[in-house]
Design a protein around this ligand. Sequence first.
Ligand code: HEC
Ligand code: HEC
Ligand code: HEC
Ligand code: HEC
Ligand code: HEC
Length: 301
Amino acid sequence: MRYAATRMLLLVLAVTALAWGQSATAREAETIDELVAMFDDSKCAECHAEIYQEWKSSWHAQAVTSSLKGMRNFIAVGLAKEWKTKLNKAEVLKCLDCHAPAVNFASEKLATEIGGLIVTAFDKKDSAEGKKARKELARLNVGCLSCHNIKATTVARGLNGPAKQGVIYGPGGADAGDAHPTMETVDMTRSAFCMQCHGRYNAPDGETIQCNTLSGSYQNAYISRGGSKSCQDCHMKKGHLFPGGHDLETVREGLGFNVEITPYQHLPGKIKGVKDPKKWVPSAVVTAFIENKTGHRVPDG
Ligand code: HEC
Ligand code: HEC
Ligand code: HEC
Ligand code: HEC
Ligand code: HEC
């Protein structure tokens, strides 16, 4: 009897788990409008106006349109010509899992269409069709919810499971009243959180994509030599602007510059074009020391 009850309970649990699993995957956007609505960042601006403005002017806000050429080449040259691979969602995600994580929630058809838009936006950039494609793609990026939801729990998925729709994951889990439920996620304050995108993507088919080498050098050349700062320590000092290699002030901070000058004089001797070979010429040896003060190699690539 007791055995049967346990079996019954297990069955109920299994069925519930199945239902949850289904509801988590059933919602896939069929249009870009639907996809953008599922992860709508514009409404965050209402209450987090300053952060929104900072983010808007960061590279994260244009992570698809600013990388268009590379993505177009991956699709139109790499996949189509070199590897003769059909464009599908799995291939598109080899770029967009990091450049626009929301695309994980696009249907197979929509994700493939987005791949097509990337080619159109680049190849026909001067035509109305190309401009329209670019405008649509500009709505896809590393948005508030890419970090505060989709990628917030993936560093330790075993521990936290996939992010729940509608929940905001943040560093402190501050009570936001009726605005939104929040969940404390300490992982977000650690370098590992950034490194999932500023690092390697392991595609389900086994291919690994690495379009930047920064995390490797952070670990191997900075942390391993006693560096103790996190990515956030250096890159979120100014909040959500995330300045990097495109920001002159940050570049200056990152490079130590020291010059040593040793003056001397020399006798040129008989050289063509020198009028008086007996005259001493003032000269100097200039040695420039350029020190890397960042937490990784510079430049990245
Ligand atoms: C693991 C996550 C990840 C994947 C997968 C990924 N990227 Fe990137 N990509 C990044 C990050 C992070 C940067 C910014 C790196 C930097 O500035 O150091 C970047 C930068 C770029 C840039 C330069 C952007 C600029 O403004 O200079 C291009 C182009 C690019 N990626 C193309 C691609 C293409 C094409 C693919 C697919 C084949 C791809 N990426 C896949 C994370 C990724
Ligand atoms: C690239 C990832 C990323 C994006 C995009 C991002 N955030 Fe954050 N955000 C973080 C991280 C990481 C922290 C925690 C920083 C820390 O405490 O070390 C944080 C902290 C916060 C905090 C709490 C601390 C504070 O600064 O007040 C708020 C609120 C917040 N983000 C809102 C937003 C909003 C709104 C957007 C979109 C406009 C956004 N974030 C976009 C990564 C991101
Ligand atoms: C109606 C107002 C309102 C809206 C809209 C809103 N928030 Fe908040 N949010 C709050 C308040 C209030 C808090 C708690 C106090 C604080 O940290 O500013 C908060 C806190 C947060 C935190 C910090 C949580 C932590 O870990 O401490 C994050 C991150 C955040 N919001 C992100 C977002 C994002 C992303 C959006 C858009 C999807 C959003 N918020 C929309 C009001 C709002
Ligand atoms: C969802 C993936 C993702 C996450 C998470 C993420 N980034 Fe990024 N980040 C990108 C991509 C993609 C770009 C390149 C955007 C472009 O230029 O096309 C970028 C650009 C940047 C840049 C600007 C680089 C430049 O060339 O100026 C900095 C700095 C940066 N990220 C720091 C961080 C830090 C720090 C964190 C962790 C708090 C973080 N990022 C988390 C994907 C991500
Ligand atoms: C000790 C401070 C420090 C730490 C730690 C640090 N960075 Fe940087 N980072 C910098 C500075 C300064 C620059 C600008 C240097 C430059 O591009 O010349 C920079 C540049 C960048 C760029 C732009 C690279 C390029 O070539 O344009 C990205 C992206 C970036 N960092 C991401 C990260 C990520 C992700 C981490 C953590 C894994 C991290 N950084 C850790 C200080 C730091």
